[in-house]
Design a protein around this ligand. Sequence first.
Ligand SMILES: *Cc1c(COP(=O)(O)O)cnc(C)c1O
Length: 378
Amino acid sequence: MKFSTTAIHTGQEPDERTGAVSVPIFQTSTYANPGIGQSTGYDYSRAINPTRTALEKNYAALEGAEYAFAFASGLSAIDAVLRTLSAGDHVVAASDMYGGTYRLFSKILTRFGVEFTFADMTDAANIERAITQRTKMIYTETPSNPMMLLADLHAIAGIAKAHNLLSVVDNTFASPYLQSPIALGFDASVHSSTKYLGGHSDLIGGAVMTSNAALAEQVKFIQYAVGAVPSPFECWLLLRSARTLAVRMRQHCANAETIADFLSSHKRVVKTYYPGLRSHPQRELAVRQMRGFGAMISFDAGSLDAARKISESVRVITFAESLGGVESLLCHPATMTHGSIPAETRRELGITDGLLRLSVGIEDVEDLVADLDNALRA
Ligand SMILES: *Cc1c(COP(=O)(O)O)cnc(C)c1O
């Protein structure tokens, strides 16, 4: 089965008892046991819940993975994968990463003795150089946030295998529709399902997908033992969103290509960052490892003042954090998503005070272009 059919049907088969075509929301914490030592297979909803199981089955199929685990947020999904490590273990992580992931790694996990080296992953040689005797994992994100840099997943998976390391990628920006890291040799991909998987800016969720059985067993145990699980209702919303993922992603990508062209030729825009632009140094890699260029665009308005004017002038586009929803969202990384990254590090990464990040929604693209044009003239 191809992507859309899988998204609509896998894990979402009609209910066996009633024929309901929408997976029931099993809003229950516990399950009646037939007697001592007997179980229906369901005991307690932190461990297992049928609505969550349906979602996990769907997500495994979308990602081309054997296993999927749903979490209460993207960060709790990332945390669960990192908790398979122990004190003294070392991780080579991407330097251009979601700010909250950087915060989790540098402020929380280091306190438990996990060590990190942050490397520019646009060049896989930097990863080789950062590997030590104690390295256990390579953790990357592509396309990256907010600079839209790509990491070569096939090359990185090769390095991880050669050094016997776990390879993990945050696949949130691409979504399973555009990129399949497991097919490219990665052990696991993580998602903030708050973004494209959810797609409507109405929930917080996360997921881990893997075909590595040993890793799956550990993540499942951590999901149960730590307990950062999503509610049955959240799982149901995500199942509903999965059914439209493909059509949404196609429209997101089409709109983004038009807007990237518009921004990159606008005289008030200093620079536009989008993997689909001819000016993007890694466009060829994007063509090779993605099935579209995504719908995240960053652009430099030149100054904090210019960025402020734009943020206050947009009417259709909403000035807000987050991404991946049907509505277009604009944010200012330096003060919002990447505020927790030291100013000097931000400058090194190119996150200037004039940089704005646009999550292109699926509104009519003419309205989005007119809104941006108007805001840029302000
Ligand atoms: C939002 C986001 C996260 C964190 O996910 P939450 O659902 O907010 O916990 C992680 N990675 C990326 C790339 C994100 O955009």
